[in-house]
Design a protein around this ligand. Structure first.
Ligand code: SF4
Length: 361
């Protein structure tokens, strides 16, 4: 069954490590953006009722709660099996949580990234561990138990001790889901740019070495498993039954419709993507033009490999045009074939981009 994704690219600050098409825009644009989203949702002829909804960004928890509730009424299928909102810690109140719950939200993904104050301060995040703890209580009091905590391994100044400190907090808060991302270094973020230029701004000189980041990730895999959160995807860990149903659709190649700037869609045969810029999206919708920037045919064979192999369950190895590459990676210990399934090994997870490159056209 399909899912719905809504993109809300507005943030209170641009975090140094962030390479999403999100940022700080004029308040007036936010109001026009909500109107444009409403128009895009209204003009959709729904071929099916979605079973999941996901509000990502950006910081959709900034949306005024009644406006968010009214936007969600445009999506058929309520109550959805899963409806997630991404939230920046420090933006959650009891009033918001009540409205979210009534509007069908049953899962909140908290962009914590770190519980160590000195790491947060260098990235531009404003919260503290105590704020996160308080907000998890607020959410649970309103019946929202599906809580995720995002962490990043590789932030400037991160040490083995501070990483354990963050994992201690995840254990203490007993959230049923956690995501652990390794710092991405590319020209899409301030920090990535600085690292590529071998500069020192944004704490670039204090980013841990690659092998330390890999060690932090492996520590997280072990500690989260001990806390009952098993890895079900390269970056995602959950107690059984708390896996993100919406995100599983991406890796299992199930259809989803995306709304808003830079939102992606997939109908099983083709993929399309809205314009990246929030202001261009608003302008196009105001002119009653399509917000779609590009459409491509899906690559069912390659995608099945490089998306499906992200999952711990792997993929069924019934037929493959990639036998040579698979055999090579089985020999060098990055892939394992067992019980008719192909999976990344623990080492393969750390070098997954090397493996996936084989399957991208
Ligand atoms: S990390 Fe999240 S809050 Fe920070 S700029 Fe990116 S989308 Fe916004």
């Amino acid at each position: 069954m399909p899912g719905v994704y809504i993109s809300y690219p507005f943030c209170a600050q641009k975090c140094t490590y962030c390479n999403f098409a999100s940022g700080v825009f004029p308040r007036a644009l936010e109001a026009r953006y909500l109107a444009a989203l409403d128009a895009e949702l209204r003009q959709t002829a729904w071929p099916w009722a979605p079973e999941t909804a996901y509000l990502g960004g950006g910081t959709p928890s900034r949306i005024e709660p009644d406006a968010l509730a009214s936007m969600l009424t445009r999506i058929p299928g309520r109550p959805w099996q899963e409806a997630t909102i991404e939230a920046a810690p420090g933006t959650i109140t009891a009033e918001k949580a009540v409205t979210w719950r009534r509007a069908g939200i049953n899962r909140v993904s908290l962009g914590v990234q770190s519980f160590a104050l000195r790491e947060l301060a260098r990235t531009g995040r404003k919260h503290t561990a105590e704020i996160v703890a308080r907000e998890t209580v607020v959410l649970r009091e309103q019946g929202i138990d599906g809580i995720n905590i995002d962490l990043i391994a590789g932030l400037p100044g991160q040490t083995r001790n501070s990483w354990h400190e963050s994992l201690d907090w995840v254990e203490r808060l007993r959230t049923p889901h956690a995501s652990v991302y390794m710092l991405e270094v590319d020209a899409g973020s301030h920090l990535g740019n600085e690292l590529l230029a071998a500069g020192k701004r944004y704490g670039a000189a204090d980013v841990p070495a690659d092998d330390e980041i890999a060690e932090f990730y492996e520590i997280a895999v072990e500690r989260l498993a001990r806390a009952g959160l098993d890895r079900y995807e390269i970056s995602n860990f959950a107690r059984p039954g708390f896996e993100s149903r919406h995100n599983l659709k991406y890796w299992r190649r199930e259809p989803y419709l995306g709304f808003g700037a830079d939102a992606h869609s997939f109908d099983g045969g083709s993929r399309w993507q809205n314009v990246e810029s929030a202001s261009e999206y608003v302008e196009r919708m105001a002119r009653r033009e399509s917000p779609i920037a590009a459409r491509t045919a899906a690559d069912p064979v390659g995608e099945r490999f490089f998306l499906g192999l992200r999952l711990s369950e792997g993929i069924e190895l019934d037929w493959t045009p990639f036998s040579e590459a698979i055999e090579r990676h089985v020999r060098n210990g990055l892939l394992e074939a067992e019980d008719g399934h192909l999976r990344l090994t623990s080492r393969g997870v750390l070098l997954s981009n090397e493996v996936f490159a084989e399957f991208v056209p």
